[in-house]
Design a protein around this ligand. Structure first.
Ligand SMILES: [Mg+2]
Length: 42
């Protein structure tokens, strides 16, 4: 098995560029965008 494949064994997903898509950053730590939690959970 390739080295990269061994390193990714067991990884079920990767989230990229979540800022502004799933999460609004800001003062106080920011907040999840409405519906993003449900979208990722499904
Ligand atoms: Mg972004």
């Amino acid at each position: 098995m390739a080295t990269w494949a061994k390193r990714l064994a067991g990884v079920r997903g990767v989230l990229l560029d979540i800022s502004g898509v799933l999460y609004d950053g800001g003062a106080g730590g920011g907040t999840a965008i409405a519906g993003s939690v449900e979208a990722v959970a499904s």
